[in-house]
Ligand binder design. Structure first.
Ligand code: NAD
Ligand code: UDX
Length: 467
């Protein structure tokens, strides 16, 4: 089957960039990305490419090339479904905040709504592709909905999880380590798989396109994120031990990473992992394991989250104890709010938890992040519901200038590894701070020796003080 019209439900961090790259690489396929959020769609259509709703290096060029040619953003979901041969579902699958599985299971209400809408609108056969990260066996639920409320239309369900990381989304999409496609083992299932393989084969080498059964594909996505997050929690657990023993976590990471069986990537100790995926997907995995009675499996993976929470709290506790056991009324500057560099995404960012802990201690916080808006930062804090919204606004201020943010503060905490932090005039920053002037580098990116020469008292994650 030759795919001519693709539609994608969900114009978020995954749907937008993924479809933009498909459209750029396959000019003969019409790609329409739809969303129920009209503001988001308007931003995707903004003539000013700096105003796209997702910031990703290189994305403006990809969208600029394909938009209006064969890439369209729209709120007309029904029309896009009707015209498509292949429909990607790329809507959000957050952790449930109510009912059974609250705080653990994935909330599949948006997925189900999509399936029902596809079923009611479709008049021709469609291939439905799960792009969202889903619990293993979700495809059977989607198939049930499609088969029982459809108009006699035939649907094939594929699983095609997305492995892009934010901040490098365009590069990851253009040169993926692998593309994974899971489908039914029947002839029609295999035909559907081939149709999607043919789309990717326009730019991805064939040997990197892996096909499996649906369940393996669904479970591989959760497994990949669990393994990646586990590496970060493993090195972060060692960071605490390094600080007690005089070992340096970067040296330990290098020493073990040179073992080709371990590998060097994803061993950067930090203030804790964030992002919309790791915590959500591990909680989901833990929940699935429990529903099958696999309690030891569940407990094993839950430790990855427990260690991550420990790391975030350890960082804020260390700030309080270092500042003579009180930060009440003291100004502390946060450099960075995003969950990692090169993105404006703040979901589950370690900065949020660290800020909340320090605000509980009555600290005054000034935040500077090159890409995150003031509105977003307050929304992140308000969402926690720890204190009144007015209190969040009076205790925490957002600055557009890093030097202004650092002025008159007792301590600077680096929460995100933005490259620009390394290039600042740290002498000027020091001169305008209260003394002793502390730096808590939660990302291990600053040149601690030169900061100490200026006069700063420096803590670096996994090294501690003065090493
Ligand atoms: P997102 O919240 O940025 O975007 C989801 C979009 O779907 C929203 O704009 C929302 O309005 C829209 N939506 C919800 N219901 C809809 C409906 N019925 N019809 C049309 N649009 C609808 O989420 P995201 O970060 O793009 O993640 C989407 C999925 O991809 C999740 O399952 C996530 O786990 C997975 N994923 C995310 C990443 C990542 O880096 N963010 C990476 C890999 C996989
Ligand atoms: C992750 C997966 O990498 C990606 O494959 C999946 O599709 C979505 O989830 P993402 O969350 O965008 O991607 O970013 P990632 O680079 O994985 O970083 C996640 C968090 O871990 C960030 O907060 C990052 O700062 C932290 N991290 C990562 C570390 O603290 N140390 C590391 O060595 C690597």
């Amino acid at each position: 089957m030759n795919v001519k019209n693709i539609c994608c439900l969900g114009a978020g961090y995954v749907g937008g960039p993924t479809m933009a790259v498909i459209a750029q690489q396959c000019p003969h396929i019409n790609v329409t990305v739809v969303d129920v959020n009209a503001t988001r769609i308007a931003a995707w259509n903004d003539a000013d490419l700096d105003k796209l709703p997702v910031f990703e290096p290189g994305l403006d060029n990809v969208v600029g090339e394909a938009r209006g040619r064969n890439l369209f953003f729209s709120t007309d979901v029904d029309q896009a479904i009707d015209e498509a041969d292949m429909i990607f579902i790329s809507v959000n699958t957050p952790t449930k905040t109510y009912g059974k599985g609250k705080g653990m299971a994935a909330d599949l209400k948006y997925i189900e709504l999509c399936a029902r809408q596809i079923a009611s609108v479709s008049k021709t056969n469609k291939i439905v592709v799960e792009k969202s990260t889903l619990p293993v066996r979700t495809a059977s639920a989607i198939k049930n909905i499609l088969d029982h409320t459809g108009n006699g239309v035939e649907f094939q369900i594929l699983s095609n999880p997305e492995f892009l990381a934010e901040g490098t989304a365009v590069d990851d999409l253009l040169a993926p380590d692998r593309v994974l496609i899971g489908g039914d083992t029947s002839d029609k299932g295999q035909e559907a798989i081939q149709a999607l393989v043919d789309v990717y084969a326009h730019w991805v080498p064939k040997e990197r396109i892996l096909t499996t059964n649906v369940w393996s594909s669904e479970l591989s996505k959760l497994t990949a994120n669990a393994f990646l997050a586990q590496r970060v929690s493993s090195i972060n657990s060692m960071s605490a031990l390094c600080e007690k023993t005089g070992a340096d976590v970067n040296e330990v990471a290098k020493a073990i990473g040179l073992d080709s069986r371990i590998g060097s990537k994803f061993l950067k100790s930090s203030v804790g992992f964030g992002g919309s995926c790791f915590q959500k997907d591990i909680l989901n995995l833990v929940y699935i394991a429990k529903t099958y009675g696999l309690n030891e499996v569940a407990d094993y993976w839950e430790q990855v989250i427990i260690m991550n929470d420990y790391q975030k709290n350890r960082f804020s506790n260390n700030i309080v104890s270092t500042l003579y056991n009180t930060v009440s009324g003291k100004k502390i500057t946060f450099l960075g709010w995003a969950f990692k560099k090169d993105t404006n995404d703040t979901r589950e960012s370690a900065a949020i938890q660290v800020a909340d802990n320090l605000l509980n201690e009555q600290a005054h916080i000034a935040v500077y992040d090159p890409k995150v808006t003031e509105e977003r930062i307050y929304a992140d804090l308000d969402y926690l519901n720890t204190r009144a919204e007015e209190e969040n606004r009076s205790l925490l201020n957002v600055k557009n200038d890093p030097y202004e943010a650092c002025k008159d503060s007792h301590a600077i905490a680096v929460l995100t590894e933005w490259d620009e932090f390394k290039t600042y005039d740290w002498q000027a920053i020091y001169d305008n701070m209260l003394k002793p002037a502390f730096v808590f580098d939660g990302r291990g990116i600053l040149d601690i020796k030169s900061l100490e020469n200026i006069g700063f008292v420096c803590y670096s994650i996994g090294k501690g003080f003065n090493k």
